[in-house]
Structure formats: structure tokens, C-alpha cells
Write a protein that binds this ligand. Structure first.
Ligand SMILES: [Zn+2]
Length: 358
């Protein structure tokens, strides 16, 4: 095994490697502007950036040394097989406030960002040589993202037998890990690029808030907790609290990440009115939810009426009464009397009849 110094020498003497590194550093200036939300460099980077990534990519072994690049956040990693890769300074995102701003271990969506404050599109590096990827659970999506029965389905559903390991898709820090109304046992992980991933209905949780985890860490076991009628993983991807279809990122059937560089467009946050095939299971789920909502709304309405009726007060009209007199006597207004009784100011008042005054 060669020492670091020797390897560095080797690289210095190897013209091809030097050119490659120089090119890489040049490429990096494009990469940096991309991550700074300027998408003009994308076309140039397309071949590498749009490369699909197989599930299970992890940090290469045999790192010997690092070289600085023009960007202090990014370094070139020299490997023992004389190849090199980019790496990010892992402390960078921590310094950027990604893991401190809107950091909440209790609320699923702590962001308070108005929709119009979001950029029309943002380029996010999903995977580089330091940030791996692992499919949370590889299977065909049984219920997709979008509107169903007027209710928004904020993620996609992946059927699985209870007890199946569920993996973190990317590296990140656990923000929330607890039982959450509707979601059941829920794990939320925030990633360096600002994305958040949600893993819901778990039967068991294996992580806790504050844990730094890498792609492929088992965050828990699949299950059917919360509002769920059968075991499945409800998986969400969010940016600044806004959900978008995880299928933009991941092909769950093959388990492949579609691109290294993901251009998140604002329009993705809109579930749209498109037809989405639904699973029977989730349909029952949603219908039950709707029925419950209706039930609660009806109860509320009834309670309102009951309260109004219990405080109702009537007055028996006497000869010579006018709406003005009745209003004054009962400390109300003519307008209110009209509204309460469904009459107009010109309605003839018949003595002996009752009029509601409150
Ligand atoms: Zn779901």
C-alpha cells in the first residue's frame, strides 16, 4: 500500500489525472452556481447530473487524501485505486442553518413559508460521492400522490408486509420520530439540500430526533399504525414544508433514483386535477377520513344550533308595537330582528304573535 505522499506524487506526475482534476474543478464552478439556485449550468452538466443512481450507493472505501478546490465546500477525494471523487464538507450544511432553522421535533410541518416566497425552480444535488442513496422500500406504488376525493394525498403508498425494514433514502438528520395523528409512527429526516422525507405508518421506530444517519439506515419497520387499513409505507418528500410527488425523484419499481441532480419546479407542489389510479385500501382510508370529517362538521353544526336555541328569547307583539319599539325594549336593532325572524322592516306586526328578539 502506498503512502499518501506517494499517491500525491503519482497524481502530480500523471498528466491525465491532473487534467481531469482541473476539469473537475472547472465543472465545480458550474455545480456551485447550480446549487445556489441558478439553473443555467444544468445543460452543461446534464450527462453526469442526470445519471440514474442505483439503490445502495455509499461512500467509497480506500480514501487516501483530499485536495482543495476553488469552492471551500467541496474537495477532491483521492482514492487508493488512483481514481478521484468529489466530496462535500459535511459541516457545511450544518453551518448553513439547514439543520437549525424551522427545526422542530414535535410538528410534522414547522415551516412558515408563504408559497410565493419559493423560487420557481430550485436545483438540488441529491447524490454525490459523499451523499448516498437507498430506496426506502422497493415495490410498485399502490397509491399515488395527488387529489383523491377532494383530499390531498401528500405522498405515495408502498405496500409491504409488517416488519419489513424501511430505509432512509438519503443522508441526513432525524428531525421527528414519534406517533403522529394520522401518520401513525412517523419518522421525518431532513437532508443537507433542505429536502425532507417522511416515513409513516411504521410498526417500530429505530431512530430518534437528532440522530445523524446515512442513506440506507433502517429508520424503522413497516406497519399499519395511524390512519391506515393495511400495512404500507406512506412516503413523502417535502421542500420547505411543501409536498411533491416522490415519484419525481424515485422509480420505486426498480428502486432507482432518477437523477443525481433534481430540478424541483414550483408547479410540482400542486397536486393538480389529474386522474390518479387509487388502491381500494387507500380509498377506504380516505373515505373513512371524509366520513369522520362530515360527522364532526354535523356535530358542530348541531351544537351551534342547540346553543342558539337555548338562548333564544321571544316577545309577544302587542297592539301599537313597531319593530323600532320592540328593538329598543329588548336592547337590539331592527336589522337584527328582521334577520332573526326572516322579515322585512315593512312586515305588518300582528298583535298576539310571537317574535324572536334574541
Ligand atoms: Zn398514503
Amino acid at each position: 500500500m502506498q503512502s499518501c505522499k506517494e499517491v500525491r506524487m503519482h497524481f502530480r506526475n500523471n498528466h491525465a489525472a491532473a487534467v481531469a482534476i482541473a476539469a473537475a474543478v472547472l465543472l465545480l464552478s458550474g455545480k456551485v452556481s447550480v446549487s445556489a439556485q441558478d439553473t443555467s449550468g444544468i445543460t452543461r452538466l446534464t450527462p453526469a447530473a442526470m445519471e440514474p443512481v442505483k439503490s445502495g450507493v455509499s461512500l467509497p472505501e480506500g480514501a487516501l487524501d483530499t485536495l482543495d478546490t476553488a469552492d471551500p465546500r467541496i474537495k477532491v477525494l483521492l482514492l487508493s485505486d488512483y481514481t478521484w471523487r468529489f466530496i462535500k464538507d459535511p459541516t457545511y450544511a450544518r453551518d448553513e442553518g439547514i439543520f437549525t432553522e424551522y427545526w422542530d421535533t414535535e410538528l410534522a410541518v414547522p415551516y412558515r413559508m408563504p408559497a410565493d416566497s419559493l423560487p420557481s425552480q430550485v436545483a438540488l444535488w441529491i447524490v454525490d460521492t459523499l451523499s448516498g442513496y437507498h430506496c426506502p422500500h422497493q415495490t410498485e406504488v399502490c397509491s399515488k400522490f395527488g387529489y383523491r376525493h377532494r383530499r390531498r394525498h401528500q405522498g405515495c403508498d408502498l405496500p409491504l408486509p409488517t416488519g419489513t425494514p424501511v430505509y432512509s433514502a438519503f443522508d441526513g438528520k432525524v428531525r421527528l420520530a414519534k406517533y403522529y395523528s394520522g401518520y401513525g409512527n412517523l419518522v421525518i429526516i431532513r437532508h443537507e439540500n433542505g429536502l425532507e422525507t417522511f416515513y409513516a405508518h411504521l410498526s417500530k421506530i429505530y431512530v430518534k430526533p437528532g440522530d445523524w444517519i446515512s442513506a440506507g439506515t433502517v429508520v424503522g419497520l413497516g406497519g399499519s399504525t395511524g390512519r391506515s387499513t393495511g400495512p404500507h409505507l406512506h412516503f413523502e418528500t417535502r421542500y420547505k414544508g411543501y409536498a411533491f410527488d416522490p415519484e419525481w425523484l424515485i422509480d420505486f419499481k426498480t428502486g432507482t433514483l432518477r437523477h443525481r441532480l433534481f430540478v424541483l419546479k414550483k408547479k410540482y407542489f400542486n397536486a393538480g386535477a389529474r386522474y390518479v389510479p387509487e388502491s381500494d385500501q387507500e380509498e377506504i382510508d380516505i373515505l373513512e377520513g371524509d366520513a369522520k370529517d362530515k360527522e364532526e362538521a354535523a356535530k358542530l353544526e348541531q351544537a351551534k344550533k342547540a346553543k342558539a336555541n337555548s338562548s333564544a328569547k321571544y316577545y309577544t307583539i302587542r297592539k301599537g308595537d313597531t319593530l323600532g319599539k320592540i328593538a329598543a325594549r329588548n336592547r337590539t336593532t331592527v336589522k337584527k330582528l328582521c334577520r332573526l325572524n326572516g322579515i322585512s322592516e315593512r312586515t305588518v306586526l300582528r298583535p298576539g304573535r310571537k317574535i324572536r328578539v334574541r
